[in-house]
Design a protein around this ligand. Structure first.
Ligand SMILES: Nc1ncnc2c1ncn2[C@@H]1O[C@H](COP(=O)(O)OP(=O)(O)O)[C@@H](O)[C@H]1O
Ligand SMILES: [Mg+2]
Length: 581
């Protein structure tokens, strides 16, 4: 049994051993395969790692390159953004439908609209109703690929203020298609206003030139009509009918003379004699006349300043200014109403000058005429100061009233503005510079009947033969001897010939060769006591008011009124005789 057991044991052992050895062999084989696989793997990993390293390197380079590019892009974007955002002009980008997609900071400065107010809105958003067709045309033009050049459009700011923009723009293409529309614009309201003012003042100057030319010729003609009329009156003391007709002729000629005076005032060619005077006094003087002009149906109030405002003024001319303004107010209130004249002291500062685009700083008297009449529309307002502009019926208005006012105010170095709305009345504001000088005494000429002469000799220099003829006729009629000269040089030589005999000079200011003023100076060297009367409508340019005060000669504007001339002649001759004695 034991043996069998052993035998089985051995057999079993043998089997086991056999099995084991078999196992080992197999395992050996497996390990081999494993190693091989491992080695292969190792190799592949090494290969891949190298590849990866390479790729990584390439990527790294790409990243660096990209970040460089990005930086450059950012810089360039920043540069363009600062150009756009720092630009004085407003810049918009629109999508092809016409909606705002970008709005630069200047847009807010110019229009008051923040980007949030406007982005997503259509381009017509702040364009004035009347200019929308123009804006649309420009937009569709750009959508068809064209650039838009300098289109002026009326628009409205966020706060409702109207303004004018000047825009240009262009489409932006991508891949042949329009991606955006760029629009750049600026506010040209102020530029427009200044251009408008310039055009207006140039036009006024041109019309002024024309008007003064006409007035000058007219004054020579009127001198003749009034002069001969006056002589005719003297010749026919007993014929009532002839006298009546003649008086009518003279009255009409005087009316025509008043018109030419307005024309000359408008073109600032009318002689003025400004003296420092109190504005309040002047108003008080004309108040009654103005009340009469206005009539009972118009309530009339004057508020004078509570301080003494001294203005260097030609009182006669300013009276005429007030009269014209009151007449217009009356015509604007046919159904009655109210006219207020208000005088106060103002300081013209930079704010005023900025608001009006004109003016010199300083202290001014402000005279305000406020009426409750029919008012005027914008077009009328822009033309009121033009000579012959009138909205009144033929025969009712001459269109010269406000032209005269305008010229007179300018001649006083002042400013005039008009504010009006149809149906809401009108306000005229006149600014006259205050004077530092003291007020002079009364300077009014007394009204005396034309005095006769005692056959004194007068040297008359006038280049216009008709005017010379009538003045000579008047002087001879009133008992003076007349020596005629045709220009300034002639006057000097005639004076030399008749030295001692000539008692007075009557000189036209503008003559060929040398004018009246120069002739007078030439003659004064020979006779320092000689007195002269200057005639002409142009004297304002030639002889300053200062000369007038210093030398004491007389100025007589055309047309020559015989009575005034004769009074002045007598005054000067008597003054001279007085000096000689
Ligand atoms: N106070 C006013 N109210 C309304 N319109 C006025 C007023 N003043 C002037 N105007 C307008 O200005 C125009 C020109 O005035 P003006 O030069 O005085 O000429 P005229 O009075 O002869 O018409 C007038 O015809 C009128 O249309
Ligand atoms: Mg008038």
């Amino acid at each position: 049994a034991l043996n069998t057991s052993i035998a089985f044991f051995v057999l079993g052992l043998g089997l086991v051993v056999n099995n084991i050895s078999h196992d080992i062999a197999e395992r050996k084989h497996d390990a081999e395969t494993l190693r091989k696989t491992h080695d292969e793997l190792e190799l592949r990993i090494t290969e891949r790692t190298t590849e990866l390293a390479k790729t990584n390197e390439a990527l790294q380079t790409e990243i660096i390159e990209r970040s460089h590019a990005e930086e450059a892009l950012k810089k360039s974007e920043e540069r363009f953004r600062s150009i756009v955002e720092g630009n004085f002009d407003a810049i918009h980008v629109l999508d092809p439908e016409g909606r705002f997609t970008y709005s630069s900071p200047s847009v807010e400065r110019i229009t008051g609209y923040k980007p949030d107010d406007i982005i997503g809105k259509y381009f017509k958003y702040f364009i004035a109703e009347t200019d929308i067709p123009k804006a649309e045309q420009a937009f569709y033009g750009m959508m068809s690929g064209k650039t838009m050049e300098m289109v002026a459009l009326e628009a409205t700011k966020k706060d409702g203020t109207p303004f004018i923009i000047e825009a240009n723009g262009s489409p932006v293409f991508k891949d042949g298609k329009i991606m955006d529309i760029q629009v750049v614009y600026r506010d040209i309201t102020e530029k427009r206003t200044i251009e408008e003012q310039l055009r207006h003042s140039q036009k006024m100057d041109a019309v002024g030139q024309l008007a003064s030319g006409i007035a000058h010729d007219f004054n020579n003609i009127l001198t003749a009509i009034i002069g001969y009329g006056t002589l005719l009156l003297r010749k026919n003391p007993d014929d009532n009918l002839v006298n009546e007709y003649t008086s009518e002729i003279i009255t009409s000629a005087n009316r025509a003379a008043a018109l030419t005076r307005d024309l000359l005032t408008f073109s600032r060619k009318h002689t003025i004699n400004p003296q420092p005077a109190l504005l309040n006094e002047l108003i008080k003087m004309v108040e009654r006349i103005l009340a009469r002009v206005l009539g009972e149906h118009i309530e009339f109030k004057v508020k004078i300043a509570d301080e003494n405002l001294v203005v260097k003024m030609d009182a006669t001319q300013l009276e005429h200014v007030f009269l014209n303004l009151a007449t217009n107010a009356r015509d604007a209130m046919p159904e009655g109403g109210k006219l207020t004249i208000d005088i106060c002291h103002v300081n013209l500062d930079n704010e005023f000058i900025d608001a009006h685009n004109y003016g010199i700083q300083g202290q001014y008297a402000l005279i305000t005429f406020t009426d409750t009449g029919i008012g005027m529309d914008k077009n009328t307002q822009s033309r009121v100061f033009e000579p012959f502009f009138t909205t009144k019926e033929v025969g009712k208005g001459t269109g010269l009233g406000l032209s005269m006012v305008y010229g007179a105010v300018k001649q006083h170095n002042g400013y005039i503005n008009v504010y009006s709305e149809p149906g809401h009345g009108t306000v005229f504001k006149i600014y006259l510079p205050l004077s530092e000088e003291g007020v002079l005494g009364e300077n009014k000429e007394p009204e005396i009947a034309a005095p006769k002469g005692n056959m004194e000799t007068i040297l008359l220099a006038e280049d216009d033969p008709d005017t010379r003829k009538i003045i000579k006729a008047v002087l001879e009629e009133y008992n003076y001897k007349v020596i005629e000269a045709v220009d300034g040089n002639d006057a000097i030589s005639k004076f030399m010939e008749k030295k001692g005999e000539v008692k007075l000079l009557i000189l036209d200011t503008i003559m060929p060769k040398i004018g009246g003023k120069q002739a007078y100076e030439g003659i004064k060297k020979i006779d320092p006591n000689i007195k002269a009367i200057f005639i002409s409508g142009y004297t304002a340019d030639m002889i300053k008011a200062k000369d007038l005060l210093e030398t004491g000669f007389e100025l007589l504007p055309k047309p020559i009124m015989p009575d005034k001339l004769l009074v002045k002649i007598r005054g000067l001759i008597d003054l001279k005789e007085g000096l000689m004695k």
